[in-house]
Write a protein that binds this ligand. Structure first.
Ligand code: FAD
Ligand code: NAD
Length: 470
């Protein structure tokens, strides 16, 4: 059996692992990277990218249908060619995934080992490869093996009619009737995309609000908007039953027969095969190692954990930051604590659902104010009649704390607000920015004015948004 030694071993060559690798190389450390394959990252192969391509194709189809309905286009277009639509999604997906896989191969070069890694002891890992077993001894180890869809065992009865995100982008044809279990970001994005391609979608979530939206006013508005496109059942766990021609999706006292089932019940960290017990790591009740989110270090060990594997901030840009932090610290004796960025989450549902900064549940009653604005002219032009944005500000200082947004193109507003929160800007500061007309950003201006009216201590007596020339 071959034994190799290295400074840093990275397990998992996905987004977090590759960002870690960049820092290890910058520190000029010796390294090895192990991945089971397929390379190409979850984000590009089965995650962020194919889901956004599918949403784009679906929105284009929806826009076309709308023009037909308004008789702007009079010749009825042919029915959607689902095989071609799904092939288009795969073609673009393949471009992203191939690019990512080639990037991983280039970055790791001859230091890449394709195989399954598991611990033998705190600094020794065995790797099962096609050629046999290898043992690697490393001074520091970075764990970045990502996550996989949660599929409860009761679904095995309908396994042949069940899809997860690992399979949905491989479909050759669209089902006529689809059941969606779980209305988090995945269930919502994919349920809406498929509904916009003409699939009859019924989606169930046991939570009382969809998309994990915490702000009750935004949650209610989102439910109203998206219920126009698919049947939404909230508040009861979903169950299934096999039928002669499909699957009976049930929740509470509702039931519907569907042809296929998309399971979007969350993702679980890929911990099981790592044999963490042999590394003697401290873990929580779910078996996830206890780590410091500012250093990515597990306890006081030389083992670091980044990306979806730590089940903390399971988003692509967070995986990049966590990988970079882990790679930086794994390459040095002293560990540096890094500031984490302003929280930002976007579901690309058009109207988008955005949460930025302090979440609604984290606000303290009596210490915050809400500024609200509804759809403006530009939103209405973009067929978004019901958008709603809610900004939260500190009731004493007037600093912006966070926001919950529901509206077309609010992905961009979310970034603007994240920067403002990062800079600790007040409502009055933010109103000093120019707001062009007609743009969706004017909704921010309206919500900020709504806030400033409630903050007499920030008012100068001058017109809102204007300052005296010095
Ligand atoms: C459908 C979908 C849509 C999404 N959309 C978005 C979005 O729009 N925006 C966003 O920010 N996030 C989105 N996400 C989340 C985002 O994709 C993840 O947060 C991110 O990809 C996690 O990266 P990672 O490096 O932790 O994991 P991965 O990229 O999965 O990397 C893990 C790597 O580890 C390897 N591996 C696994 N087990 C082992 C082992 N035992 N030994 C060696 N190697 C192993 C795997 O082969 C893989 O290469 C989406 C996710 C899904 C599923
Ligand atoms: N645009 C984006 O940023 C984006 C898009 C897709 C996915 N993601 C990431 O992928 C991860 C996984 O997404 P997800 O949507 O699968 O997970 P999730 O945890 O966000 O949502 C799962 C949903 O399933 C529901 N659920 C669980 N068990 C149930 C049951 N028995 N019956 C009915 N409902 C049940 C939960 O209430 C929850 O709302 C998320 O953490 C997210 O960060 C992000």
């Amino acid at each position: 059996m071959q034994t190799k030694s290295t400074d840093v071993l990275i397990i998992g060559a996905g987004t977090a692992g590759l960002y870690a690798l960049r820092e290890v190389k910058r520190a000029k450390k010796d390294y090895l990277v192990v991945d089971t394959g397929p390379l190409g990252t979850t984000c590009a192969r089965v995650g962020c990218m194919p889901s956004k391509v599918l949403l784009q194709v679906a929105q284009e189809n929806q826009a076309l249908q709308q023009l037909v309905q308004e008789q702007v286009i009079t010749a009825k277009p042919q029915a959607i060619n689902d095989q071609a639509a799904l092939k288009t999604v795969r073609q673009l997906r393949d471009r992203f995934a191939t690019g990512a896989a080639q990037g991983a191969q280039r970055a790791a070069g001859e230091h890449l080992i394709i195989g399954k890694a598991s611990f033998l002891s705190p600094n020794r890992v065995q790797v099962m490869t096609a050629e046999g077993q290898q043992v690697i001894e490393a001074h520091s180890i970075i764990l970045a093996t990502g996550s996989s869809p949660v599929v409860p065992s009761f679904l095995s009865a309908v396994a042949d009619r069940m899809l997860t995100t690992d399979a949905v982008f491989e479909l050759e044809h669209l089902p006529k009737r689809l059941g969606v279990m779980g209305l988090g970001a995945i269930g919502l994005e994919l349920g809406l995309a498929l509904a916009r391609l003409g699939v009859q979608v019924t989606a169930a979530d046991m939570a009382d609000q969809l998309g994990g939206i915490q702000d009750p006013t935004i949650a209610q508005a989102a439910q109203k908007i998206f219920s126009n496109e698919m049947d939404i059942w909230l508040g009861h766990p979903a169950e299934v039953e096999r039928t002669e021609h499909g699957v009976l999706l049930k929740a509470g006292n509702q039931a519907v027969e569907v042809d296929q089932l998309l399971v979007a019940l969350g993702r679980k960290p890929n911990l099981a095969e790592l044999a963490l017990e042999k590394a003697g790591l401290p873990v929580d009740e779910k078996g996830v190692p206890l780590f410091d989110p500012h250093t990515m270090q597990i306890g006081d060990t030389r083992i670091f954990i980044a990306g979806d594997l730590n089940a903390d901030r399971t988003l692509m840009h967070e995986a990049c930051d966590e990988g970079a932090i882990a790679g930086y610290n794994a390459s040095r004796t002293a560990v540096t604590a890094f500031e984490r960025k302003v929280p930002l989450a976007i579901a690309f549902t058009q109207p988008d659902i955005v949460s930025v900064g302090a979440s609604f549940h984290s606000l303290t009653a009596g210490n915050y104010l809400v500024g609200e604005a509804k759809a403006n002219g530009r939103a209405i032009i973009k067929h978004d009649e019901q958008s709603l944005i809610r900004l939260y500000a500190d009731s004493h200082s007037g600093k912006l704390l966070g926001a919950s947004l529901l509206g077309v193109d609010t992905e961009h507003l979310g970034h603007f607000l994240a920067l403002a929160i990062m800079q600790q800007m007040t409502v009055a500061d933010l109103l000093q920015a120019p707001y062009y007309h007609p743009v969706v950003e004017e909704q921010l201006q309206a919500a900020l004015q709504d806030l400033l009216k409630q903050l007499p201590q920030l008012q100068t007596g001058l017109p809102f948004g204007l300052t005296q020339k010095s």
